[in-house]
Ligand binder design. Structure first.
Ligand code: GLY
Length: 361
């Protein structure tokens, strides 16, 4: 078992990474949020499998469990879904100290986390991520929220969990497309902080995609360590946490315009990283080897390197609604070399269009 501590100015919690950790979920939650009751919200696609195991584990630890399920998919990461979660929490009169547990991927964690952040002005929240993407990125660091028709994650909060429980063995039940999406966020971590991780992902892609437990666990541990360090340095994204948005200014515009569900978030991020690194190359910030290497590793793990995209005008309009816009200027996280990025807000629209053309099918 590995446990990575997240030490923040007003809060501390552990990310527990343990093969078989789902069976010990109840004990782990009880250690940080003891109560008679809890609420467990599962992604509907896994509610009858992992959801039942999680409920049993919570009951074994003495919790009375209020159960809810979320419709799977990014299109359900909405205020309407949050309203349904409030109804369940209010219907069971869940008390202020009772934990709310999210079991699922990033959509589930973000949506349930937003309900937990706002129900009774905030209740203890537990992340139990079941996708690689959620394990290495969205479950750690307290960002919760929903999409609105205008764009991704435009309504949300920072609400740190009381514990994150990661059981890499559950990834064996995941569609390979979802695993690839998780690898996109791992490639992002490599690109912003640790170039050696790129080599590892490329070398170990076969055991990773066939879910060899030790290889996956080590990948998760290394990536959570990177995410933890960034979040500890800058909890509220006033500085280096923005580096985690590498590829995301492009990705969010893709997701908003192409439509949620067509491309999964990790696929959009993969495309976004190629576009961002091409933009950095065009601006003379990095050598040509950076976009080449990123594209190579992205392709090696089976992520897309191009897609049918709407017009530049529509993409630029979507970008301008992104919450990373500051003072009316688009903000891009761009590589200087593999393992190091900077934030730029002085990029001309023509250069952005040229970057889009790098990933347009
Ligand atoms: N996923 C980006 C962040 O947590 O800041």
């Amino acid at each position: 078992m590995a446990s990575i501590a997240i030490e923040l100015p007003h809060h501390r919690y552990d990310v527990v990474i343990e093969a078989g950790g789902l069976e010990r979920l109840g004990e782990t939650v009880r250690a940080v949020a003891p109560h008679r009751e809890c609420a467990l919200f599962s992604d509907g696609a896994i509610a009858d499998s992992l959801g039942v195991r999680a409920r049993d584990a919570l009951e074994r630890a003495g919790y009375r469990v209020a159960l809810g399920r979320l419709e799977p998919g990014e299109e359900h990461k909405t205020l309407e879904t949050v309203r349904d979660l409030y109804d369940l929490l209010l219907g069971t009169r869940l008390e202020r100290r009772a934990p709310v547990i999210a079991l699922g991927g990033g959509v589930t964690g973000d949506t349930v986390g937003f309900a937990a952040a706002t129900y009774l002005r905030g209740v203890p929240f537990v992340q139990c991520p079941t996708t690689l993407l959620a394990m290495v990125d969205s479950s750690v660091g307290g960002k919760v929220g929903v999409n609105v028709p205008q764009g991704k994650n435009l309504v949300g909060a920072f609400h740190q969990p009381v514990v994150v429980v990661i059981d890499p063995l559950v990834l064996g039940t995941l569609p390979v497309r979802e695993l690839r999406c998780g690898l996109a966020e791992c490639i992002k971590h490599a690109a912003i902080r640790d170039a050696s991780l790129l080599d590892l992902i490329e070398r170990d892609r076969a055991p990773l995609l066939s879910c060899v437990p030790d290889v996956l666990t080590e990948l998760v541990r290394r990536n959570v360590a990177i995410k933890a360090a960034v979040v500890m340095a800058d909890e509220r994204e006033s500085g280096v946490r923005a580096h985690l948005n590498f590829g995301h200014t492009f990705a969010h515009a893709i997701e908003t315009t192409v439509g949620y569900g067509e491309l999964l978030h990790g696929e959009a991020v993969a495309l976004g990283m190629i576009a961002a690194s091409a933009l950095a190359r065009r601006l003379g910030m990095c050598g040509g080897e950076v976009p080449v290497r990123l594209r190579e590793v992205i392709a090696a793990v089976g992520l897309p390197t191009s897609a049918e995209l709407p017009s530049d005008e529509r993409l630029l309009a979507a970008m301008s609604l992104d919450k990373k816009v500051a003072g009316g200027r688009l903000r891009f996280v761009l590589p200087e070399r593999l393992g190091s990025v900077v934030v730029r807000d002085d990029v001309a629209a023509g250069d952005v269009s040229a970057a889009w053309s790098e990933i347009r099918a």
